[in-house]
Write a protein that binds this ligand. Sequence first.
Ligand SMILES: Nc1nc2c(ncn2[C@@H]2O[C@H](COP(=O)(O)OP(=O)(O)OP(=O)(O)O)[C@@H](O)[C@H]2O)c(=O)[nH]1
Ligand SMILES: [Mg+2]
Length: 330
Amino acid sequence: MAHDFAAQILEGSNRAAARLISWLEDEDERAYECMKEIYPHTGRAFVVGITGSPGAGKSTLTNALAREIRQSGLKVGILAVDPSSPFTGGALLGDRVRMSDLADDPDIYIRSMATRGFLGGMAKAASDVVKVLDALGKDVIVIETVGVGQDEVDIVGVADTTCVVLVPGLGDAIQSMKAGIMEIADVFVINKADRPGADMLCAEVSARIEMDAHLRERGWVAPVNKSVAVEGVGVHELWLSIEAHRKYLFDSGRFYESRREKIAKEALRMIHGELFRVVREQLEQSGRLDAAVEKLMNKKLDPYTLMRDTLTEWLSSSQCKRRHDEDTKG
Ligand SMILES: Nc1nc2c(ncn2[C@@H]2O[C@H](COP(=O)(O)OP(=O)(O)OP(=O)(O)O)[C@@H](O)[C@H]2O)c(=O)[nH]1
Ligand SMILES: [Mg+2]
């Protein structure tokens, strides 16, 4: 079943991909079977992250960029991570409306995802969806996400090239730079360049890049682009910057290195998530968590001891179980 389904995705069926993504969202067991099948066929697509403040024009830019990328014959997948709510809220609907003119092109696949309610965390959800789009045969995958919290920064960690969108007049440019934006940006885009202050912001960001000597050590200096996304101005140049970064990654060997880091991080993240889920389930269902919390409250127990004891106990009980399973099998 999973095999046939995976085959459909590998043949490029958007419908099959949509179904698999729904399974992933529902944590349906069938999703894992299918993901195992498609995994060997992933890792081929180039992943671009578009992040920035709410309303910076990320969706408009993503839309225009997708169109630009399609012109070179490449297939595009778009993942819009919606910050607003787990419900089909305003922004999600807005994205749909603005991107609807792309929806007729079968070589563009657009998927929205709400940021709340994912047990395994957003970064896992995003990298799962990226894998599906990759297996589906998309050459470039664009992830749009609001750059505010750690969750979003983690999502961007899935991308090969991260574009940070800034807007003149918001006054938070320097603020966001402090919040680690400088470190994650491979390419800067000053969008809404039709507004006053764009040149000044451009100069400000460039000066900041100059200042950060340790950023320059990376061997790549983030270019600062300007765009008017609503008019498609500067989008071609943005794509050229992304391609230049891609070339840098390959030529310098950073691509391999960075993918390796991502895979290691992802593997650990998944194991961490699953271990936590299993242990928590056991503690909660047996009522032991409540009992332990009671003791913690009364200072009859400390969380350090609880942490170690829980782990030791869990490890020995799962070893016992394995031995038991082996015994009964043999
Ligand atoms: N003046 C001007 N307006 C723009 C430009 N790009 C986008 N906008 C407008 O800015 C508003 C927000 O654009 P979106 O593309 O939805 O921005 P976003 O960053 O995706 O917004 P969220 O996903 O809600 O965070 C829309 O009304 C756009 O039409 C631009 O270059 N210039
Ligand atoms: Mg948007």
